[in-house]
Design a binder for this molecule. Structure first.
Ligand SMILES: Cc1cc2nc3c(=O)[nH]c(=O)nc-3n(C[C@H](O)[C@H](O)[C@H](O)COP(=O)(O)OP(=O)(O)OC[C@H]3O[C@@H](n4cnc5c(N)ncnc54)[C@H](O)[C@@H]3O)c2cc1C
Length: 556
């Protein structure tokens, strides 16, 4: 356990202290959330795959109410949503005739609606619980709920349409995020002033960061054609921004607390006893691992102006959910709608449900629709998967950092963490502070006398200034048994190369310098040979010289 902490601090992954509280309103640390998430993850994965939670009905063609989006669309195949059309493939309980046989009254309602296929979610429970499909009084809602019962809505299998990289981006998506932050979040100056305003920003930023984590975790590798984790993308979008990581944990706390809060009302929720016992037990298993201290909703609107602020908060959040209709990529819009509905549902449970007031219980718990419940659980699963992915990215990050034989990666890592401007800025600060201290000491009585002190100050200040930078370790000199310095491999190789280069230059120079005398000697030798042949004497000139001018090259 301790070793794990040390490695986290050394690697400085996401630059978060895992033992710190997630936020002032969450009495829980990042590490504790990691532990809770590890425990509930398997149950949550199986819960979202059950027949109750894996289907969702949604209006994908609703017009954007803020601006004209008719000319904008995403052409990538990854943006598409595969709608359930082949009803024969659905399990027996989802077949309209089986669902219809549950209750005659609901069947006649369905016939009236003339929307047999898509009313199956509404028909899931018997009439005694059909209140769950009624429209909820808008005064409690943080999103519009009419989308789900519309005729044009489509049925989607969420497991078959995972949230991952789609290629959607550029100005289109940026304008939606900017609209959310600029128009609907409280302004930057306001956020620090109240927990509610701060919470609003953190909710949205956490959603944004969670989406970025999913698209980095399921990133399309064009070489293999598979969707795989991409560490560089994750670091660039989320990992290098500790506040974004913290906001994912904040959102996790908010949704966890909402689930914890509805736990006593399981019987009143719109599960169907006939075939949902398994679903209920998994649900209860998950919620039993959560803790009420994970988020304190009572702190959020605790000041005098809270009632007006709450209305403002609700209105702004509704706008965020409506903005999802302006997303041009169907897959992104679908997950955007599900998640904003999930957040809206948890805000309604947290801020509107008073456990001591029967009226609010009737309005909130009894009227909670299946769509809200499905959205709530799937949003919790999204955050849970984000946290699992963050922990996996941390392992990948440490592996890369520790891979001793991969110099290129180490170098890339060094530059990623030690951005050039940051280094330059830090260096400037270090130099300025050293000069200041030198001046100060000089004025106190001479530079010489304070030389030692200056060096100490300089070292200390450099330590502070460069505290967050990863600098390569200082080289220590190695000595042999005689006390002479042992040369490093690189130093030796460098010296040999320089020596050979000089030797080659010397050789070329000597060739040119000796050329005239060599030409003269060759001519003389050949003329001598010719003269001897002409006068008919034996060749007394030796073919080989006794002392040839041989260049001895000292190449190492
Ligand atoms: C509702 C919605 C759902 C989407 N779903 C998907 C999806 O499923 N798959 C997919 O591949 N793409 C999806 N996208 C697109 C994705 O979110 C990015 O917009 C896209 O990948 C381009 O990213 P970017 O790096 O240009 O910056 P963006 O993510 O578009 O961000 C714009 C700016 O916001 C700021 N910012 C970024 N993150 C945060 C944060 N967490 N908190 C505060 N500020 C931040 C930064 O300054 C950034 O430059 C979705 C977009 C939207 C609006």
């Amino acid at each position: 356990d301790n070793n794990e902490d040390v490695s986290i601090q050394e690697s400085n992954f996401c630059k978060l202290d895992v033992n710190q509280q997630v936020s002032p309103s969450c009495d829980i640390t990042f590490k504790e959330i990691n532990e809770i998430n590890k425990k509930i993850r398997p149950d949550l994965v199986s819960l979202v795959q059950t027949e109750f939670f894996r289907y969702f009905k949604i209006d994908l063609y609703k017009e954007c109410s803020f601006w004209d989006t008719s000319d904008a669309f995403c052409t990538s195949r990854n943006c598409a949503v595969d709608v359930v059309e082949d009803w024969d493939k659905l399990p027996e309980i989802w077949q309209p005739e089986v669902l219809g046989s549950l209750n005659n009254e609901t069947v006649s309602e369905a016939t009236e609606e003339n929307d047999n296929e898509l009313t199956f979610l509404n028909q899931l429970c018997d009439k005694s619980k059909s209140g769950s499909t009624q429209k909820v009084g808008s005064q409690y809602d943080y999103c519009d709920l009419d989308d789900f019962s519309k005729e044009g809505s489509v049925l989607v299998d969420l497991v078959e349409n995972p949230e991952r990289f789609t290629g959607y981006g550029g100005n289109q998506s940026a304008s939606i995020w900017m609209n959310i932050y600029n128009e609907n979040c409280f302004t930057v100056g306001e956020t620090g002033q109240s927990l509610a305003k701060d919470a609003f920003y953190r909710l949205v930023s956490g959603l944004h960061a969670s989406i970025a984590t999913h698209l980095s975790n399921g990133y399309l590798n064009t070489d293999t054609g598979n969707f795989e984790p991409n560490l560089d993308l994750f670091m660039a979008r989320v990992g290098n921004f500790p506040d974004r990581v913290a906001n994912i944990y904040f959102d996790y706390s908010v949704i966890s607390k909402a689930l914890w809060k509805i736990r006593p009302y399981m019987k009143r929720l719109s599960f169907c006893d006939s075939y949902d016992e398994k679903v209920k037990s998994i649900f209860l298993n998950i919620v039993s691992q959560l803790d009420s201290k994970i988020f304190n909703e009572d702190l959020i609107f605790s000041d005098n102006i809270s009632s007006k602020l709450k209305d403002d908060f609700k209105l702004r959040f509704k706008n965020v959910t409506r903005l999802m209709d302006c997303v041009h990529c169907d897959r992104c819009r679908m997950w955007g709608k599900i998640q904003t509905t999930g957040y809206a549902t948890s805000l309604k449970i947290l801020f509107e449900l008073d456990q001591h007031d029967e009226e609010t219980k009737q309005h909130i718990v009894d009227k909670l629709t299946k769509y809200e419940l499905i959205a709530l659980i799937n949003t919790f699963d999204r955050l849970s998967q984000s946290i699992a992915a963050i922990n996996n990215f941390e392992t990948l990050y440490n592996q890369r950092l520790n891979s001793s034989n991969n110099t290129q990666n180490k170098l890339a890592n060094f530059f990623q963490n030690n951005n050039f401007f940051k280094l330059l800025g830090s260096a400037r600060k270090a130099v300025t502070s050293t000069i200041t201290s030198i001046k100060a000491n000089a004025s106190k009585g001479g530079i010489k006398a304070s030389e030692e002190k200056d060096t100490l100050i300089k070292e200390k200040e450099e330590q502070v200034v460069f505290a967050d930078l990863k600098m390569p370790k200082k080289k220590t000199k190695q000595l042999d048994s005689n006390g002479t310095e042992i040369e490093g491999v690189w130093e030796k190789a460098w010296k040999t190369e320089i020596h050979n280069f000089k030797e080659a230059l010397r050789f070329i120079y000597r060739c040119y310098a000796d050329l005239p005398s060599n030409v003269w000697n060759i001519c003389l030798y050949n003329m001598n040979k010719l003269w001897n042949r002409f006068v008919g004497v034996a060749n007394y000139v030796k073919e080989e010289e006794d002392n040839p001018i041989a260049y001895s090259l000292d190449i190492q």
